[in-house]
Design a protein. Sequence first.
Length: 272
Amino acid sequence: MSKLDIFRKEWLEVVFADKNKTYGAYQLRKSNGANTSRALIIGSIIFIVLFFSPKIYSLIKGSMDHEDEQLKAQEVILAPPAPVDPKTPPPPPVEPPPPKVDQVKMPPPIVKPDIEVHDEPPTVEKLKEADPGQRDIKGDPTAEINIAEPVGEGPKKEAAVAVDDNKVYDFVSIEKQPEYPGGIAKFYKYLGGAIKYPPMAQENNVQGKVFLSFVVEKDGKLTDIQVTRGLGSGTDEEAIRVLKASPRWNPGIQNGKPVRVKYNINVNFTLN
């Protein structure tokens, strides 16, 4: 049995046989295929134009920018500098500022006959009032004193004022570790009495350990308290609260002085 196509025009003639074909339904059905094809073509053209319009716009804009860059990158030819006249004498060397103390010439030791020696060395009385140098220079009383330090890897002077050591040390490599007054057992006893089990953790039966890190300052105060591995349900916040309320610790010692030390600890939450 062949497949029937009810959209063929022959069926349209059969349906509208002995009927008024000037009626609108006949005309609409007769031109339906052409209208559908026309609408599909127009819609496809509009879609293609909208889809490719950003690409076309970017290509046009890129070509305009490229033209602007070519205009900006025009070659500028600079005239070469004027040749230096070899007859022009070089500028005189800059004289250093006069020293604060008078300077007397100290001639270098050269072996000559006595009759050829013209420069007499300065006397001891002159050296008491002036410094030896390569020539005589009158001192300037208002000049600043410039002390030249030796160059090299010799012994270096220590600073007169000790620099405050704010480095945070690791408690493992410290000379003397920070400690809670009375020892770590006293600290856990303090935690056991200070911790209030969060209601949310009780309802959800949350148990385990909250791992924290903090810094024991030079005065024993706990700062920079952070949870490195938590349990949630309010246990992390409770652990931080009890550490903030903790009494001050005995600070860590390095080189005989209190220093800042990072410390790690865990707080155990267990439902009885």
